[in-house]
Ligand binder design. Structure first.
Ligand code: XUL
Length: 544
């Protein structure tokens, strides 16, 4: 008998399963259900429904079916399901699931002969769920921010400015647009606590990591903030689950899963959290001085924080870290889908895309792009628009290098408030498998980039959180650093080194980029003078 730990991740485009054997230091199973392919009946594109006016939703029943497919996969693969000691999970942050009064009853009377999807058909008071890509709530953001005393006060109370994708503004919009349905809603879950409620067969709490992404939790007391609740919607407190520590054991798995898939009835459940807090653990950022970048549907830059401090400019977020401390984060909507826009526009394969990155010079002859294919979070851009300085939309090489340089220049620029100055950066997410993209990142940050073999850091983080809570539960406390290094060090991390030759070039280009942003978004000075100087300094013999 071995002790297995299961981590799940309900992300934007797919549902991932990872099982680790902590004793033998092995990852024994990974599997991914891609919604668009495995569940085409939901008609999602990249896991979502893109409606007009920046409304982006997904389908909670699709996530339920993905969970079922993932468990069926465990059975089909002959996994020793009964040896799984603990389950926890991760989910895309901020998305909300609206449930009516049937939900509680249905949870209590799950019938293991019938699929979950079938039993959950009539539990939703809102058929689809707004997700983190939605940016349709500017009005509500403004209203809540005002009620909380303005920008700085909102940040000090909730850890972030009000953001369009955050749960509070989304809940307020639902209440304003469909008050009947709002009042018929018995409970509002996050994606994480919704899936966790199914495993527990009762309403699961929301952990402090994901709770911090709602504009509803007081970031200091880690309780629902009454002023924020009041500013959002009436009777909201009674419609929200309780809050809990991320490492809390919330109960045992429901008999439904024992009967249907063969889990042991002793299987413990640890609170679920958001994908970013899970990734923090999944790449081993459990102490000061370490920074991660996750390159997925969203690109994020994040860091463990021992002490609480804020980005009072309002671009960044502070979330709870699964260790009980904090994490700082900035998030980009124009991540992998924006990279794909350029790849697809020129009909490139990823290999061809990378080859172009290899062959084009750092600094891109002074060609600068501001790539807002979708509304952007950092910097705040509501209307999608692509700005190009010094080149046109048909310039194949210029566009390929410009999008990648733009993404990392923007990250370097907007992460300045996170005062961790790391020696190296840990990379995860789908695009972290692309060496050429990471070489650009290493050069721009002028830091070594460490790549983990497992790019599913969110699911892995959930499995590692299982281990920590399990040993704490047994009274054999093991340090976080020991837990993460035991599984992560076997992965033989590859390191991408920055080239010293480009240190000054990218420091200069950062100023060009800053000016381009200021000019385009804040009516700043025209950047042409500084851009031309940059070209003269680094590309003087070449034609622009
Ligand atoms: C973080 C954010 C995204 C989602 C989806 O604030 O919005 O990273 O969690 O991955």
């Amino acid at each position: 008998m071995s002790d297995l730990f299961l981590g799940l991740d309900c992300s934007t485009q797919s549902f991932t399963t990872i099982i680790i054997n902590f004793e033998s230091k092995e990852i024994v199973f990974t599997n991914r259900v891609i919604y668009d392919n495995a569940l085409p009946q939901y008609n999602t594109k990249n896991g979502a429904y893109f409606f007009k006016n920046s409304v982006v939703h997904s389908n909670p029943l699709m996530w339920v079916e993905a969970l079922e497919l993932s468990f069926e996969n465990l059975v089909d693969n002959g996994l020793a399901i009964e040896e799984i000691k603990v389950i926890s999970g991760s989910a895309q942050q901020h998305g909300t699931v609206y449930l009516n009064k049937n939900f509680k009853e249905v949870l209590q009377s799950f019938d293991s002969k019938i699929s979950l999807k079938e039993q959950l058909k009539n539990v939703f008071s809102r058929e689809t769920s707004p997700i983190w890509m939605d940016s349709s709530t500017s009005k509500q953001c403004e209203e809540i921010r005002k009620a909380l005393g303005g920008l700085k006060s909102t940040i000090r109370i909730t850890g972030s400015n009000t953001f369009e994708r955050f749960s509070g503004p989304q809940i307020r919009k639902f209440y304003q647009e469909d008050p009947n349905a709002y009042f018929k809603t018995s409970i509002i879950h996050l994606v994480s606590s919704f899936i966790s409620s199914l495993l527990l067969a009762k309403n699961s709490p929301i952990d402090h990591g994901d709770g911090a992404g709602m504009n509803l939790m007081n970031i200091k007391s880690k309780e629902w903030d009454l002023k924020a609740l009041e500013a959002t919607a009436p009777n909201l407190k009674e419609k929200l689950p309780t809050l809990c520590k991320s490492y809390e054991i919330i109960g045992n798995i429901s008999p439904y899963f024992v009967d249907r898939y063969g889990f042991s009835p002793e299987t413990l459940l640890v609170a679920w959290s958001g994908d970013n807090p899970n990734s923090l653990i999944g790449i081993g950022l459990t102490e000061k001085g370490k920074v991660g970048i996750s390159l997925g549907t969203s690109d994020t830059y994040f860091s463990y924080m021992k002490d609480l401090y804020f980005d009072l400019k309002g671009e960044g977020h502070v979330f709870g870290a699964p260790t009980g401390d904090y994490m700082g984060l900035i998030c980009y909507k124009n991540g992998s889908l924006a990279r794909e826009k350029i790849k697809d526009k020129f009909n490139l394969t990823w290999e061809e895309f990378s080859e172009i990155l290899n062959q084009t010079p750092p600094g891109n002859h002074g060609k600068v792009m501001l790539p807002y294919f979708f509304p952007e979070i950092v910097p705040f851009v509501l209307e999608p628009k692509i700005y190009r300085f010094g080149f046109g939309e048909d310039d194949l090489e210029g566009n390929v290098r410009a999008i990648i340089e733009a993404q990392f220049l923007s990250m370097r620029l907007h992460s300045e408030w996170i005062n961790e100055r790391p020696k190296e950066i840990y990379a995860t997410g789908g695009a972290s498998a692309n060496r050429e993209i990471l070489q650009v990142a290493a050069n721009i940050f002028n830091k070594k980039i460490r790549i983990f073999k497992i790019s599913d850091s969110a699911a892995l983080g959930a499995a590692l959180r299982d281990v920590k809570s399990y040993y704490d539960f047994l009274g054999k406390e093991i340090k976080w650093s020991k837990i993460v290094s035991r599984i992560l060090h076997i992965q033989n991390c590859e390191v991408i080194k920055p080239s010293r030759n480009y240190k000054e070039l990218y420091a200069d280009m950062l100023e060009v980029y800053r000016k381009c942003e200021d000019f385009s978004l804040k009516n700043g000075q025209n950047p042409e003078k500084i851009r031309k100087e940059f070209i003269k300094k680094y590309f003087k013999n070449k034609k622009n």
